[in-house]
Design a protein around this ligand. Structure first.
Ligand code: ADP
Ligand code: MG
Length: 246
């Protein structure tokens, strides 16, 4: 185990169901992310991206393998401690923004702060600050239905940032957005890594945003296939793995 790493996942497998219905979605995944790194996890539909992100986010337990987050062995800690580890370490931006329809933007963001022990008044003040950070101070009292897709996604980011968890995980945060808001949302996430030291993992197959990643990791059929350094210096020329084909 290397505690310099934000994420140290080794030989992760995940099998859903059992008997004849068992389906192995992850077949032995090694995935490591440094602190402050911005990684995109890409791959076709059904390849295991959401499963892996859910395991990293302590939402789901792996069937086998080891996982450490910031030096804490999550698997050894046991299933009962997952909610606590999640609350302390992780801001999750779900596929589809998952905001609570009956609550305003500020209430959606503040709810998690209250869960983390803040008073209502403190929560409101911190929620306002987070909404300001994502450019939505003037929309704090709007309900999700009164916001655009991009604005809702930014509220979801503000909510994920509540109490500043060191690890931000986002599942296809730009999937329902037009190119301009998709880029704006991803730039916001990029800034969290660069300026605030958050570690960020974004699942996507939106190639319009790839250039913002430090590293792109590709998953196919439950296995990591290749990783590409985008921003960092290349140690060798990128291999021409796939020539164009129809
Ligand atoms: N709760 C579940 N029960 C059974 N199979 C599942 C479940 N969740 C996902 N799967 C299967 O696992 C595979 C990987 O799913 P997922 O991780 O959602 O892929 P992706 O996010 O890359 O589209 C898919 O074949 C999917 O049908
Ligand atoms: Mg998915």
């Amino acid at each position: 185990m290397n505690s310099d790493l934000a994420i140290d996942a080794r030989s992760i497998t995940k099998t859903y169901g059992d008997g004849a219905l068992a389906y192995t979605a992850l077949k032995g995944v090694d995935f490591t992310v440094s602190r402050g790194e911005f990684v995109m996890l890409v791959g076709p539909s059904g390849s295991g991206k959401t499963t892996l992100l859910s395991i990293l986010g302590c939402v789901l337990s792996p069937s086998s393998g080891s996982l450490s987050l910031f030096g804490t062995d999550v698997v050894a800690a046991g299933e009962r401690r997952l909610p606590e580890l999640r609350l302390a370490n992780i801001g999750f931006i779900f596929q589809g923004h998952n905001l609570i329809a009956g609550l305003t933007a500020a209430e959606n963001v503040g709810l998690l702060l209250e869960l983390r022990g803040r008073t209502r008044k403190q929560s409101r003040a911190e929620a306002m600050e987070l909404l300001r950070a994502v450019g939505l101070a003037d929309k704090a009292d709007r309900k999700p239905v009164e916001l655009s897709g991009g604005q809702r996604q930014r509220v979801a980011i503000a909510r994920a940032l509540a109490a500043s968890p060191p690890l931000i995980l986002a599942d296809e945060p730009t999937a329902s957005l037009d190119a301009t808001s998709g880029l704006a949302v991803t730039e916001l996430l990029r800034g969290l890594a660069t300026e605030r030291g958050h570690t960020v993992v974004v699942v996507t197959h939106d190639n319009r945003i790839y250039h913002l990643a430090d590293r792109i990791v590709r998953i196919e059929d439950g296995l990591i296939r290749e990783a590409t350094d985008v921003a960092g210096p290349r140690t060798s020329a990128p291999p021409a793995l796939h020539s164009s084909h129809s």
